[in-house]
Write a protein that binds this ligand. Structure first.
Ligand SMILES: NC(=O)c1ccc[n+]([C@@H]2O[C@H](COP(=O)([O-])OP(=O)(O)OC[C@H]3O[C@@H](n4cnc5c(N)ncnc54)[C@H](OP(=O)(O)O)[C@@H]3O)[C@@H](O)[C@H]2O)c1
Length: 271
């Protein structure tokens, strides 16, 4: 194999040309701000059809960039999507049609949308994560280890988010539940209780808090006789998700088609 074939695509040249889908939302705007501060290249800031923002300037950080609909002329190498589950199929299909890599953090996807994502990943690289905080990716690895070493303990996943979050339990809580179930040799449906986690003596219970402006907190508890192991992650601001998604986009550019996870681009984890 040649040196070029061995080269890490993430290490090559300029940062990828990006378009942001859901660009005017909380995460989209955060992503644009972090991208500007890091010198990333954003050529598309995409909003819904009929948005009052269409055609208006994105702002002083992005001279010449206007809010727009998905457009091939932006020539993105990677689209980053933080929108809504009902908008996800459209951007997935757009990326598939145009051969563009997709990084998505949109949560609340149903089984059909997840299956469609897996099919699209046969044609283009897709990296989806319920949580782009690098600490949460590490939490996933710790959950797998703890679940495999403590298969008989009760598990509870407690998550807290701002009052505006639509889906519950969070995509991260569900993803952690899947990791735990797999580590215990169970299917997610067998393992997930979704009841009062305090009373469950097997499986994984979920508890949800929606209040104020909490950015995102996840606590994994494993409870055994007379002892409890607790692993907690707290996101202090949305910048952590934006930095993780931008790291993922750099990592994904130039990869072959496939369905990737944030865990795949942990090494090296961004500073
Ligand atoms: N993976 C992670 O790390 C992570 C972190 C934070 C949030 N999230 C998830 O990311 C998603 C967005 O979160 P948020 O807090 O930014 O929500 P938000 O503030 O409601 O933003 C969503 C944006 O998507 C836009 N949108 C809806 N349909 C669209 C379409 N067809 N084309 C283009 N844009 C469209 C909305 O526009 P309108 O308001 O005009 O409809 C809105 O601006 C949610 O699923 C959330 O759970 C993930």
């Amino acid at each position: 194999m040649t040196a070029a074939a061995n080269a890490d695509p993430a290490a090559a040249g300029d940062p990828p040309v990006l378009a942001v889908h859901g660009a005017a939302g909380r995460m989209g705007r955060q992503l644009l701000a972090v991208a500007a501060s890091q010198g990333d290249r954003v050529r598309g800031a995409w909003v819904p059809a009929g948005s009052v923002l269409l055609g208006r300037p994105v702002g002083p950080d992005w001279p010449g960039l206007v809010w727009a609909r998905p457009d091939r002329a932006a020539a993105p190498e990677v689209v980053i999507d933080f929108s809504r589950a009902d908008a996800f199929p459209e951007i997935l299909a757009w990326c598939r049609t145009h051969g563009v890599a997709l990084v998505s953090g949109t949560t609340g996807l149903d089984a059909g949308q997840r299956a469609e994502m897996a099919r699209a990943a046969g044609d283009v690289p897709v990296l989806w994560s319920a949580n782009f905080a690098i600490g949460v990716a590490v939490l996933g690895r710790l959950a797998a280890l703890a679940g495999s070493l403590l298969p008989g303990w009760s598990a509870a996943i407690v998550e807290a988010h701002h009052a505006g979050k639509l889906d519950a339990p969070s995509g991260t809580a569900l993803a952690l539940g899947r990791v735990l179930a797999q580590a215990r040799g169970a299917t997610f449906d067998e393992d997930a209780v979704r009841a009062d986690p305090v009373r469950g003596d097997a499986g994984t219970g979920f508890a949800v808090v929606r209040a104020g402006d909490i950015v995102g907190e996840h606590s994994l508890m494993l409870v055994g006789p007379g002892e409890r192991l607790e692993i907690v992650h707290r996101a202090g601001d949305r910048g952590v998700f934006a930095r993780g998604a931008l790291h993922a986009a750099r990592w994904l550019r130039g990869r072959p088609p496939g369905l990737y996870r944030i865990d795949d681009c942990l090494d090296p984890a961004p500073a």
